[in-house]
Design a protein around this ligand. Structure first.
Ligand code: ZN
Length: 84
């Protein structure tokens, strides 16, 4: 299965944002073969999210989460400052 495209993260496999995994996504409850390894900013304890749920926004909506891998650098800095 081909990974979804991320505007601000053209090669997430190469950068390690997504890795092959047999974990089940906590958003869609599906094992899609890939799991996001980057930072997840949300109020709930979410560990395993697949690239597709990040790409279509369903994980962000479900967990009120922010995924830095698909945010433009300017927004990343804002989020980091807020959280620290
Ligand atoms: Zn998913």
């Amino acid at each position: 299965m081909e990974l979804p495209k991320f505007k601000y993260h053209p090669d997430p496999i190469k950068t390690g944002a997504f890795v092959k995994s047999d974990k089940t996504c906590e958003s869609c409850s599906t094992n899609r073969g890939y799991i996001y390894t980057g930072s997840i900013y949300c109020t709930q304890n979410v560990n395993s999210i697949c690239p597709w749920c990040i790409s279509d926004g369903s994980a962000a909506k479900k967990f009120k989460a922010t995924f830095l891998s698909d945010a433009p650098p300017r927004i990343e800095i804002k989020i980091k400052k807020k959280k620290i």
